[in-house]
Design a protein around this ligand. Structure first.
Ligand code: NAG
Ligand code: ZN
Length: 366
């Protein structure tokens, strides 16, 4: 009886879905953070990381740099993720204030993995954790890179997919589709055209049909990440529980000495204790069109105040903090791993040992 009451009480905190949320063990957190895991943190090195560094060029829609980054994404996905991932482009054209009458092409990229057996017709039986960032860069100032805005968030999301891909395969290999549990899928949405023009007409928009919007269980938007000392508040009472879960992952990773950054505030997600939601302030961003269309469960991971380099030529490689970039990747991977109930499904998790600095390492991994 108590159990029943408790689960009813908990339901609102689970975003109104029947989904669970499973904490990852210390060993799994260590595994995710290890250089020997599926995604190595070194892929996120701004200078020579195979994932991040090719994105750190100007990416204005319709230019060669933009096309090169798209090709890099596709190449990365095809060479690192299993074939169960679908790649979908949502292309449109639009006039922009910057280009007058000229039509500029915009291409949103969606990388999605649904539980096995989920066809378009059965979409109502599932939900998708939706992770988003924008990949285009500002038109002016000329040569603007947009390292935190949002090359790093895009790289972090792709890193997370590679990191968790194997565990998702194992989990779904064992999943019994009894029609009772809603299947959990995951998708990464890389937005285009955010900087030039955010326009959402019914026809061109990312999700033509509202059923696709209905499948979004939580919309996590990453923006302006990668500079040192970010302080990210919790913006929405409705998703504060999810914010707290991510903050808990950060706290545990720090406690296990698996993070490298030393932020002045002691942590990135500093707002866990908050309980007052009387103010209605939020930062305008890519999530607003979703909010207007009824996607209410939004977790906006954006530092406030914005990084000093925001929308200036200084938003480039040299002003990224490598440790902060890598730490964001580990935090997001931990959060997504918990959301997707991946504990126990990682290959190669072994109890590790600590070196003299208290840092974790694995002797015989792989
Ligand atoms: C959409 O844009 C992508 C990226 O430029 C391109 O590869 C793809 O062929 C386009 N799809 C359609 C249907 O035009
Ligand atoms: Zn911007």
């Amino acid at each position: 009886m108590t159990r029943l009451t408790l689960s009813h009480l908990l339901l609102p905190f689970l975003g109104g879905t029947t989904a669970g949320y499973t904490t990852l063990s210390d060993d799994t957190l260590r595994h995710i953070s290890s250089p020997l895991s599926a995604s190595s943190p070194s892929e996120l090195d701004p200078f020579d990381g195979s994932l991040l560094s090719p994105i750190l060029i100007p990416r204005v829609p319709g230019t060669p740099g933009h096309a090169a980054v798209q090709a890099h994404f596709i190449n990365y996905i095809k060479s690192n993720l299993s074939p169960e991932w679908t790649i979908e482009w949502h292309n449109s054209t639009s006039k922009t204030p910057a280009t007058g009458e000229k039509l500029v092409p915009f291409q949103n990229l969606i990388i999605r993995r649904d539980p096995p057996g989920m066809t378009r017709e059965r979409e109502g039986e599932m939900e998708r954790l939706t992770l988003a960032a924008h990949y285009d860069s500002l038109y002016r100032p000329e040569g603007f890179i947009g390292a935190v805005d949002s090359a790093v968030p895009c790289a972090v999301l792709l890193w997370v997919l590679k990191e968790l891909d194997g565990a998702m395969g194992k989990r779904w290999g064992e999943w019994e589709d009894d029609g009772l549990e809603r299947g959990k899928g995951v998708q990464v949405v890389l937005f285009d055209g955010e900087e030039a023009w955010v326009q959402w007409s019914g026809e061109d928009s990312l999700y033509g049909s509202s059923s696709r919007l209905d499948t979004i269980s939580l919309f996590v938007l990453l923006d302006l990440l990668g500079a040192a000392d970010p302080t990210v508040p919790s913006f929405f009472g409705k998703t504060h529980w999810a914010y707290q879960n991510m903050a808990k992952v950060e706290e545990r990773l720090r406690g296990l000495k698996l993070l490298e950054s030393e932020p002045k505030a002691g942590r990135f997600l500093h707002d866990s204790e908050r309980s007052n939601w009387n103010f209605a302030g939020y930062v305008e961003d890519d999530h607003v069109p979703f909010l207007r269309r009824g996607v209410e469960d939004i977790l906006h991971i954006i530092p406030t105040p914005f990084p000093r380099v925001w929308h200036t030529m200084d938003d480039d490689v040299k002003n990224l903090d490598v440790a902060t970039v890598k730490d964001w990747a580990k935090i997001v991977a931990g959060f997504v791993g918990e959301w997707m109930d991946l504990e126990g499904h990682f290959e190669g998790v072994v109890p590790g040992t600590e070196d003299e600095k208290g840092r974790y390492f694995v002797k015989d991994e792989l």
